[in-house]
Design a protein around this ligand. Structure first.
Ligand code: SF4
Length: 321
């Protein structure tokens, strides 16, 4: 359906049409195609009704992720149209978690503090939480500096007072945060502020990535060395993870097996839930920056999921035709 992606068995992504822009554009963003008006890539849905209808018919969906652009550019009354029914309609009771992906806590913290409809937004979050939903703000952070201003702290407080949980995620980027000390301080600051470190991403293989991408092995070393510096509460973060087409693939480490140097990988999320948590191996390559750069280890021709994933893609394109 237009504006919707039923990405994993239990998770639906929704791209509200009014949220297809951002408070500011990140130069490293993979969603540029949407902003520059490539119709094929632009996800947009004009109808909240479609969303609710789809969810009511798919009772296996427990998680809804509202994303964009940045859905927090929307006025509260638009956001309400999408979200309020989740608190009221018994047909949507199975949707337990509402996630909102946003960078507004850093780019426009005023959204939660001093915009005309900030108070309405806070009350909307409160109502959703009181209705029994788990509401999570999936906050995009690139650096601990983004949490230092008074307004940023105030926004975090106001969101948290509603019972909404803030989880942090962001890519590791050359020239911005490609050092373990930056990540360690970011996660430590977040734990102190009651934010849960959630994901460290690998810069995606689309968009203006050349300036920002780093080799997977470097991303892994940054993750490992940063984790060593933080307490157990900061080690909730997963990564470095590639949000690739077949699913979220984490680089778990570099190992030596039967004399072959390999990357150890696993699916954190997969198009087929059965792929999750099974370790698999790729030949070590110090220059590899994304899944496409990797080849299977031990002389295998393909990774274990490749045939099944190709068949899935084919069946989707046939259905679309
Ligand atoms: S990374 Fe997020 S906030 Fe930045 S341009 Fe992309 S969608 Fe917008």
């Amino acid at each position: 359906m237009q504006g919707m992606q039923h990405k994993y068995k239990e998770t639906v992504l929704f791209f509200p049409s009014q949220g297809q822009t951002c408070h500011s554009y990140c130069t490293f963003c993979f969603r540029w195609a949407q902003f520059v008006g490539d119709k094929e890539l632009k996800f947009a849905s004009h109808e909240a009704k479609n969303l609710h209808e789809y969810l009511s018919q798919n009772t296996g969906v427990t998680d809804l992720l509202i994303t964009g652009g940045d859905p927090m550019v929307m006025k509260t009354k638009n956001l309400e149209e999408y979200l309020q029914p989740l608190a009221e309609d018994p047909r949507l009771e199975h949707v337990q978690t509402i996630r909102i992906g946003t960078k507004s806590l850093t780019f426009w913290p005023q959204r939660f503090v001093s915009d005309k409809d900030s108070d309405d937004l806070i009350r909307l979050l409160e109502r959703l939480v009181k209705s029994g939903k788990h509401v999570a703000l999936m906050a995009h952070y690139n650096h601990w500096h983004e949490m230092q201003t008074e307004i940023a702290r105030k926004a975090i407080n106001r969101v948290q007072e509603t019972g909404t949980i803030i989880r942090s995620q962001g890519p590791v980027l050359a020239h911005i945060n490609d050092h373990e000390d930056i990540w360690a301080q970011t996660w430590t600051t977040q734990v102190k502020l009651g934010i849960i470190p959630y994901y460290m991403f690998v810069e995606r293989d689309t968009g203006a990535r050349c300036y920002f991408e780093i080799p997977l092995v470097k991303a892994y070393e940054i993750y490992r060395k940063a984790l060593m510096q933080v307490s157990g509460l900061g080690r909730t973060v997963r990564g470095p993870s590639m949000s690739s087409e077949p699913g979220k693939i984490e680089v778990q480490g570099v190992s030596n097996i039967n004399g072959e140097k390999v990357f150890v990988l696993r699916f954190i999320q997969g198009r087929n839930p059965d792929w999750v948590q099974k370790p698999f191996f790729a030949k070590y390559d110090e220059n590899a920056k994304w899944l496409n750069d990797l080849t299977p280890a031990f002389g295998e021709q393909k990774f274990f999921f490749e045939d099944e994933f190709s068949a899935m893609k084919e069946s989707i394109s046939l259905k679309t035709v």
